[in-house]
Design a protein around this ligand. Structure first.
Ligand code: KG4
Ligand code: ZN
Length: 339
């Protein structure tokens, strides 16, 4: 079976042609450069950019895959959560295509795409623990099986990627903030700046990141900004994020143990999981706890249609999805929503 997938929930126009055995015929991720000068994604510009690019990317995708559109067996698209204009462009394009080709249309939850992405390149044993770390979400899931996800904790304010982006903006580093901070932190001192560890005294699995951003802001106001300070704040901030994630991991493992739930694997998914420093710190902790750290292939950390195609294939295999041309895109779609 050949699946065509589109991901357009934010500022990446991504298309993928994937066979049901996971072989990728074409996987294109077009990141929209236009937002960098604004220091963040401008929703209206994002939808316009999807609209002007998607047709040409589709043609390129078919050429790269060396197929004609008649070879496509099923279509799927991200239908939420995300920016409504962007979701509408991608999903309406795919719905029209599936009507023209008379092939099924499967709506896919963006978060589920991220959550299942490490099953593409790892043999996992259910249940596994999943830290979803993106620009819009920071959540911990217990993945019991394909389609069965238990939300154990989430951020009560900013998402972790949002915190990277906002701190980068305060430091005058380019957007997206994650990669900029990771680079700047390489030559900084992790102990230079004392940043808060929000919610430390509450023994629950929720996160809070807005206080760290405020603390960085106050530190800059008090000490001014110079090259060294930028490096040191980057390193201290990134290190604090690793401490927070590790603290939650340990709390989570303890809580699961108390409920007689044992996991073999910890999955880190989403754009922030691309951060090598965070991964190394968490990997060291996993080794101590005798847990396997799994991540998706490099191309599937950030937003991409490969993970959407793969989630669709997994859900079809387990009969967890229905052809539904009338599923409306939902900017606030939650994972518990049955698709
Ligand atoms: O998963 P993603 O591409 O999109 C959403 O679903 O939100 O995540 C985007 C986020 C951005 O906030 C970006 O700054 C962050 O992932 N990010 C990183 C790194 N690369 C991307 N954060 C930390 N370190 C990185 N290397
Ligand atoms: Zn995402």
């Amino acid at each position: 079976m050949l699946i065509f997938a589109v991901e357009s929930s934010c500022d990446e126009t991504s298309l993928c042609l994937m066979r049901s055995n996971g072989s990728i015929l074409s996987h294109i991720i077009a990141s929209q450069e236009i937002h960098s000068k604004f220091g963040g994604v401008v929703p209206e510009l994002a939808s316009r950019s999807h609209l002007s690019n998607i047709q040409q990317i589709y043609k390129n995708c078919l050429i790269e895959a060396k197929i004609t559109e008649k070879d496509i067996d099923a279509c799927c698209a991200t239908i939420g959560p995300g920016l409504i204009g962007s979701l509408l462009v991608g999903s309406t394009f795919v719905k029209s295509l599936s009507m023209t080709l008379n092939k099924p249309f499967y709506p896919i939850n963006h978060l589920e795409g991220h959550i299942l992405s490490p099953t593409f390149n790892n043999k996992v044993k259910f249940p596994y623990l999943c830290f979803l770390l993106t620009g819009g979400h920071t959540q911990i899931y217990l993945v019991n099986s394909i389609g069965k996800y238990k939300l154990l904790g989430e951020t009560i304010d900013d998402a972790v990627g949002e915190a990277f982006d906002k701190v980068a903006k305060l430091l005058d580093l380019p957007y997206p903030g994650g990669p900029s901070i990771e680079y700047s932190a390489k030559t900084g001192d992790i102990n230079a700046v004392n940043l808060p560890h929000p919610l430390k005294k509450y023994k629950n699995l929720n996160f809070s990141f807005s206080g760290i951003k405020t603390s960085v802001n106050l530190h800059i106001k008090k000490n001014g900004m110079n090259k060294n300070l930028v490096k040191n704040i980057s390193a201290s901030f990134q290190n604090k994020i690793s401490e927070i994630l590790i603290e939650k991991l340990n709390l989570c493992l303890q809580e699961l143990k108390n409920n007689n739930v044992y996991v073999n694997d910890l999955a880190l998914v989403g754009g922030v999981a691309a951060n090598k420093f965070l991964r190394l710190k968490i990997k060291n902790e996993c080794t101590k706890k005798n847990i396997n750290l799994i991540v998706p292939p490099k191309k599937m950390f950030g937003d991409n249609a490969g993970m959407i195609a793969w989630a669709c294939i997994q859900k079809l295999k387990h009969s967890k999805i229905k052809n539904d041309l009338y599923f409306r895109p939902n900017p606030r779609l939650e994972i518990e929503n049955k698709l």
